[in-house]
Design a binder for this molecule. Structure first.
Ligand code: 1PR
Length: 545
């Protein structure tokens, strides 16, 4: 089997890249020290995290010169995400740290005035070579395919500039900003997106690189351009717990109660790995696993959850998020284990993001209690420092509390169009912990602004009142949270049919929407939702198989 050399220099999920390469029939050789690069016929530089951190690690580890030498020798080189960024001159993320300077341009942060940053989701990577039935494909990139991006910094695209230096560029557009999505010249190819997380479209790009197929002619059978830009992200969520027989099953509650009303048994809706694969094939843009009883036991003995991730990531090539029990903990033998170590276990097993619930609330309470002072010690801070903000999702479990007027509470209220049981026209959203069992003296506005300051990269916004109700998302809550923060928001709880997804994308500026029960009960597929949205003018991504 042909061998590919992979440089694992930063903490990150390189497991999924290894899985994707192995799926294509190659074996992986990990580069452990600079001299190993001499043996590499084909070198891949993956990357997540910060530009400065990555370049400093190269430099301190003595990798910079061997990488340059590899590139100069004409042997194939692929850079992914920060691996692409490293090829440029510099980034405003860390202006004092120089890049490799192989490509004459620099990275700047996306403008967050009218859009969320980081840029997370599925976007295009389109070259100018388009149009005819016999199209030329650059490293397997296709005009109508979508690829998974997650980054805050990008190289703005100036038409013709990089081309004059011999580079071929594929672009993507976020808001009004056109940026470099992929770039290549001679033996060098790099993608800002993650091919290993981009479904079949991404595997095709990896395959083209591994087989050295820079240009390929293919039959473009699509009748029209699907449209460029960020697609509407639709996510399937699997709440997982042990049932009364001791098996890990996918379950689903109504307002977080997961027991059948009649027999009192845990609702068993299927097997986690099989269901994740099913949703991947229906076109789910990400899969989220929530270990919903994690607060009762130690995640380190929860090996089946790690096994679920390992097995899922072998065949599911979209981002995987795992939540439940991400916090400092004590193992059954008394060993203290930090939240960062718990997260590392999950990342090594194939997770791309961890989702923090209860611990984020307690950390935010401390942050606010100390006058908005960062400790540097919380799970959010330590994990985002090591793996990047994009790897840390905060899952919020709020409950609606009605009041007659804003003066009745110290909390941030909103005027609601859905009055309370006694006709109250205001409400606030109370944060809860332990799966909604314990309410805290903190509102959602306080929580999301605090965790954004602490380094969270995304908010998974549930709503206990709406969970399992099939009555649509809580649009008022979502709009209120979107106004408070710049990081992306995933709207969750209440989806009962495809029209609810249209409502949430039309009436709020949410960055993604998540459904659970309606998919698990087989009432609609993820593809049904995508078709419905596409018919109404929204840009979506379909599964390519
Ligand atoms: O507190 O860090 O250990 O994390 C625990 C995680 O488990 C949190 O993310 C919390 O939201 C979740 N959780 C805990 N208990 C439950 C429960 O249901 N009893 N599930 C629970 C939360 C909510 C959504 C659900 C949507 C969509 N699940 O993720 O999937 O509401 O449902 P729908 O479309 O069917 O309405 P920690």
């Amino acid at each position: 089997m042909p061998t590919v050399y992979l440089l694992d220099y930063v903490a990150g999920n390189v497991r999924s890249l290894a899985n994707a390469i192995e799926k294509l029939g190659y074996t992986i050789q990990w580069i452990k020290e600079p001299k190993d690069i001499d043996n590499a016929d084909s070198l891949i530089l993956p990357g997540v995290g910060h530009f400065g951190h990555c370049l400093t690690q190269f430099s301190e580890g003595g990798y910079l010169e061997p990488i340059r030498k590899h590139i100069d020798s004409g042997k194939p080189f692929l850079g992914i995400c920060v691996g692409l960024q490293a090829l440029f001159e510099e980034s405003t993320e860390n202006p004092n740290v120089p890049g490799l300077g192989i490509i004459p341009a620099k990275l700047v942060r996306f403008d967050d005035n009218n859009k969320s940053v980081p840029h997370i989701g599925w976007n295009s990577a389109a070259t100018n070579v388009t149009g005819s039935a016999q199209a030329e494909s650059f490293y397997g990139l296709r005009r109508n395919s979508k690829y998974y991006y997650v980054h805050s910094y990008a190289v703005p695209y100036n038409e013709g500039l990089l081309e004059r230096h011999g580079w071929t560029v594929a672009t993507a557009k976020y808001g009004e900003e056109l940026f470099v999505g992929a770039i290549g010249r001679d033996n060098v190819f790099a993608t800002q997106f993650h091919p290993e997380k981009s479904g079949y479209a991404g595997l095709r790009v990896l395959k083209a690189f591994l087989e050295g197929k820079r240009w390929e002619t293919w039959e473009d059978t699509s009748r029209h351009d699907m449209g460029q830009g960020l697609t509407r992200r639709v996510i399937a969520c699997l709440d997982v717990r042990t049932n009364d027989q001791g098996d890990l099953v996918v379950t689903k509650g109504d307002q977080y109660d997961v027991r059948e009303k009649a027999q009192g048994q845990i609702r068993n809706l299927g097997k986690p790995v099989d269901m994740a694969r099913k949703y991947y094939e229906q076109g789910s843009d990400e899969i989220t696993f929530l270990n919903i009883t994690s607060f009762r036991n130690c995640p380190l003995v929860d090996l089946p959850m790690l096994e679920i991730l390992r097995r899922t990531s072998e065949n599911v090539f979209v981002p995987l998020t795992i939540g439940g029990g991400i916090r400092d903990t004590v193992d059954t033998d008394g060993t203290k284990v930090s939240a960062l170590e718990v997260a590392t276990l999950y990342f090594k097993s194939g997770a791309d993001k961890v989702s923090i619930g209860s611990d984020a609330v307690t950390a935010a309470e401390e942050y606010l209690g100390k006058g908005n002072c960062l400790s540097g010690q919380t799970a959010i801070e330590t994990i985002s420092a090591a793996y990047g903000n994009q790897a840390v999702v905060v899952s919020v479990d709020p409950k609606r509390i009605y009041v007659k007027s804003p003066e009745e509470t110290n909390h941030h209220t909103i005027k609601t169009a859905h009055p309370g049981p006694s006709g109250e026209t205001y409400c606030w959203y109370q944060c809860t912990i332990k799966g909604g069992r314990e309410g805290r003296d903190m509102d959602v506005h306080q929580l999301v602004t605090a965790v954004e300051a602490m380094g969270a990269g995304e908010i998974l916004l549930n709503c206990i009142d709406k969970d399992g109700s099939n009555s649509g998302f809580d649009l008022e809550l979502i709009n209120d949270v979107k106004k408070s923060i710049k990081i992306p928001v995933i709207a969750s709880s209440g989806a009962g049919n495809p029209a609810h997804f249209e409502d949430v994308f039309r009436q709020t500026s949410t960055d993604a929407a998540l459904g659970a029960g309606m998919f698990h009960r087989g009432e609609y597929t993820v593809e049904d939702v995508k078709y419905y949205l596409a018919e109404r003018g929204f840009l979506v991504r379909y599964f390519e198989g």
